[in-house]
Design a protein around this ligand. Sequence first.
Ligand SMILES: Nc1ncnc2c1ncn2[C@@H]1O[C@H](COP(=O)(O)OP(=O)(O)O)[C@@H](O)[C@H]1O
Ligand SMILES: [Mg+2]
Length: 201
Amino acid sequence: MILENKLNITDQIELAKAEEKISKQKAKQLFDSGDINKVEVGTFTGLSFIHAYLFEEIYPFAGNIRDVNIAKGTTAFARVMYLESSLKHIDAMPQSTFDEIIEKYVEMNVAHPFREGNGRATRIWLDMMLKKNIHRVVDWNQVHKEDYLSAMQRSVVKDIEIKVLLKQALTDQINDRALFMKGIDVSYYYEGYSEFKTEEL
Ligand SMILES: Nc1ncnc2c1ncn2[C@@H]1O[C@H](COP(=O)(O)OP(=O)(O)O)[C@@H](O)[C@H]1O
Ligand SMILES: [Mg+2]
């Protein structure tokens, strides 16, 4: 079933293309306008801002906590009735070291607060924590899609794989515009969107 959207698109392929194009334009704008520097780092408020920024022109639920239970593969994400308390708990988790930041990211993935777009919004949120607290970001181009997805699937039980995978991909190029834009493209590629290049939009 196709998600209800503000564009009144009823064709799945057409919606995927419009979503990719518009939200990548917004991701670019987030960086170039400097709005990214206004985002609260490491909280649900900050994540919600990012999600709304990317998707508000497309989905009525942009930035809002979902009201349905969702699952991917064998993973059932936080049940709606526990979601708010889970997000409060995550807000309070420490974020001083690489390990703490990844643990917080893994918990946010388990919460999966939005109906759609969690992966793409939460990877921007993750990089902001890494940038602020350890002066590094992930060079997503160094993280193979299948390795990433299998490490995330596994992270629900054990987080060692995602820690190892992301640690080897850290870079100190934290203000590099091209690296950010390329990171958006890779992040979208993980989710099956690779029609447009962010830089060219
Ligand atoms: N089986 C799984 N178990 C846990 N997490 C998963 C699983 N599969 C995917 N993920 C995580 O969920 C993200 C996708 O969530 P989703 O809400 O669909 O975001 P997006 O719309 O940006 O693709 C992936 O990037 C990954 O981090
Ligand atoms: Mg998705």
